[in-house]
Design a protein around this ligand. Sequence first.
Ligand SMILES: *Cc1c(COP(=O)(O)O)cnc(C)c1O
Length: 395
Amino acid sequence: MSQLETDLIHKGRAFNESKAVVSPIYQTSTYYADDDLQAYIIAATETKHPNFYHRHGNPTNSQAAAIIASLEDTEDALVLATGMAAISTAILALVKSGDHIITQNSLYSGAMLFFKEFLSDYGVEVSHVDQTDNAAFEAAIKPNTKLIYIETPSNPNLDVTDLAFIGALGKKQQITTMADNTFASPINQNPTSFGIDVVIHSATKYLGGHSDLTAGVVCGSKAYIHQVWRRSLVLGGSLSPFDSWLLLRGLKTLAMRVKQINSNALVLAKWFSQQAAIKHVAYIGLESHPQYALAQQQMRGGTGMLCIELVGEGEQAYKNAQQVLNKLEIFANAASLGGVESLVVHPASMWGSHHDQAQKKTSGITPGMLRISVGIEHIDDLIADFEQAMADVKA
Ligand SMILES: *Cc1c(COP(=O)(O)O)cnc(C)c1O
């Protein structure tokens, strides 16, 4: 097997049947039928067939999926229109009314809504536990538990879930385990090496990497991906040909981008920890992270995601965070993450409507917190930007 840097460029190349070095965009909804009727029947029924109808498959989608399956070391993968399409389709391929799911208190806000509002309306029971407490996952298991769904590091507060523990627990209890690996990216972490069954990505983030597309991917066994694909036919979240082509293009530089981002983020996190205007820095790659040792065991890099907590209490901290946000010039105030450009958000104001006060508390969102997605700009410019933005922050 080749190394992932090589797979990023060459895997799935056979899906490009043209002579073009760069795969063409198959901007078509449908494909000419094969003269051989038998072959056309196969095209209409085979999982992800790339030349029948777009909701079934597309050559570029197959190529992108082949690369990502290889990065996550799974038999197969399915690309979809968004990360949320991947999450919802993957879960609906596994659970039905009467089943029970165990998940974390801290989750991506869209996934949280899916668990709290959508699934509860359809008779699926969900328990939320503290992801840093292994015993809590085990204690939450019921006879009807079908899925343990985790996200690590979690969005936004960067808590780490013990992948090896969850992988082993799932195997022992015959419960499917699923991990959202968006924050880490496959460059920094591979959940399947710890026994996790299914890996999800919002490919909108690091995999695409240029903030110019939305996409999602589900990685798992061939049999399971077949089930997810069948669900996707009726839920309809197929990835558009153009976004798929952009994803393929973005993937080629994934390893380079993420390595540069890891390095920028570590330097920035260390600098933040010496600033008087900052009360707390949460970064996986800092020894001060309460789960540094666990992160070292299961991750190869710290990611570009970090959270800082500005000084001040309550209202003052909220004001300080807003003020810094407004003064930053390179870091753009925009949702999303994982692109080449550095972004920053203020979760307490952004997720005001998704999370009530109690939820904000359990998911670790505080008034003075800024969540930062570090890009590939020069590190000196990134530091200088925060230096000027924080110049007159008061406690
Ligand atoms: C953004 C994100 C998602 C959702 O992805 P979309 O592409 O926006 O639908 C899911 N999980 C995590 C961790 C994310 O950051």
